[in-house]
Write a protein that binds this ligand. Structure first.
Ligand SMILES: [Zn+2]
Length: 427
């Protein structure tokens, strides 16, 4: 592979533009560099960040290749600035065994646009009844386990899962939703749901599980990761648990940082997601919790759906939204333009912390000589207009359709190889 020079880039958006030489997949020099025969990418003063890591991606393969495949999802990830994604286990068949997780990892390597890490299911068939073979899957390389889409609601199963996870040095990622409190739930329980006549999804259904699991994790001496935090109360619980030394980490989605249940007035199912869009007050709390580190990172919950599963009656629609190609822009809009995060902060929440939570050694690394060249180049001043039909994903269910957003991914580099450039997958 030819050496690569990123010319005129600003690591973490700091200082004057400089050059970065990449050789054999590693950052070889930073400063005034020279290498005849190197491929040159002109940065034009853009911000250089460590490649993004998404702890929460639904790639839908195997089983729903009509909505996304590992190939199309990997392309969406590369275009969104990602160098690693974690593929959720709620596929068909479920990734609750070594065969499926090995298949997903192998397909990811064959596509080669982003590191695809399979998430293993916590319980067999995501049914919440019997623990899956965590040890076998961990031996096959699985670092994160989750029944996402479902909550591991049985406290004894969750306790055992946490105990195993400690022994295996892996992490359990919980979709926190007490199912008895969300039977038939269609929208955030509150004024808007009442007005629209939609069955409510109470904040306490999330908060009670997060509180319980923080206590269980502490008791087991295990690490816990909380998926898609959506409420003020969950932020409070996390703050409390962290203050008393519980090893808990948490993610928030871009859509929960921007959108509120006011969007539901049109009954357009593109806004249906689980957990549901909450209130403006929640959005404000989530942004501040992310800035403070109470919430550790951003994860997309990228959830492609077929047209017939979204373009239908609200109650029949599947929950979920696309996220990979809009995440950075939503973070710029909600966190950078508001002054809540600088680019160091963006590197932390999009790359360093998610890599750390999952225990990835070669992602989320500092931009320094000798470090692996997993990098993302971002033009902070450019804007673009979201067109779901133009996404690399097969599905097009984006709630940001038609919005003009700030922040454009100029290039993505995976171990020294350009995977995306100027909005296109690099050849
Ligand atoms: Zn979930």
């Amino acid at each position: 592979m030819k050496p690569l020079i990123l010319k005129g880039v600003r690591p973490y958006g700091e200082g004057d533009p400089t050059d970065v030489l990449i050789r054999d997949g590693v950052i070889a020099a930073i400063g005034s560099v020279d290498d005849e025969g190197a491929r040159i990418v002109d940065g034009g003063g853009a911000v250089l960040l460590p490649g993004f890591v998404d702890l929460h991606t639904h790639l839908r393969e195997p089983g729903r290749e009509d909505t996304e495949t590992i190939a199309t999802g990997s392309a969406a990830a590369a275009l969104g600035g990602y160098t690693a994604v974690f593929a959720m286990a709620n596929t068909d068949p479920v990734a609750d065994n070594e065969v499926v997780v090995t298949h997903v990892a192998r397909r990811g390597r064959e596509v080669g646009l982003v590191d695809v890490h399979p998430v293993g299911a916590v319980t067999v068939g995501l049914e919440g009844v019997k623990l899956a073979e965590l040890g076998t899957m961990a031996k096959a390389g699985v670092r994160v386990f989750s029944d996402d889409g479902h909550c591991v609601h049985d406290p004894l199963i969750m306790r055992r899962a946490l105990e195993y996870s400690k022994a295996l040095d892996v992490v359990i990622a919980q979709h926190a939703e007490e199912p008895r409190l969300t039977v038939g739930a269609q929208a955030h329980e509150g004024e808007q749901a009442s007005r629209l006549g939609l069955q409510g999804w109470p904040a306490s259904a999330e908060e009670s599980i997060v509180a319980r699991d923080c206590l269980l994790a502490r008791h087991a001496g295990a690490r816990l990761h909380v998926c898609h935090v959506s409420t003020t109360g969950t932020a409070d619980v996390l703050r409390w648990a962290k203050a008393r030394g519980t090893e808990v980490s948490a993610e928030v989605t871009p859509h929960h940082l921007l959108l509120t249940d006011e969007r539901l007035a049109t009954y357009d199912p593109v806004n249906k997601v689980n957990p549901p869009l909450r209130t403006a007050a929640d959005v404000e709390v989530l942004r501040r919790a992310l800035a403070e580190g109470v919430i550790d990172c951003v994860a997309t919950d990228h959830a492609p759906h077929a047209v017939q599963d979204k373009d239908c009656e609200w109650s029949a629609a599947r929950p979920g939204m696309l996220g990979l190609q809009t995440a950075l822009s939503i973070v710029v809009e909600t966190m950078v333009r508001t002054g809540l995060l600088d680019w160091r902060g963006v590197a932390r929440v999009m790359s360093e912390r998610p890599a750390g939570i999952a225990g990835l050694a070669d992602q989320g690394r500092p931009i320094e000589v000798g470090e692996p060249a997993n990098l993302t180049l971002v033009d902070p001043d450019a804007t673009w207009t979201v067109r779901g039909a133009e996404f690399a994903s097969i599905a097009a269910n984006t709630p940001f359709e038609g919005m003009e957003l700030p922040g454009v991914v100029v290039a993505t580099v995976l171990r020294g190889r350009v995977t995306a450039l100027g909005g296109r997958i690099a050849e």
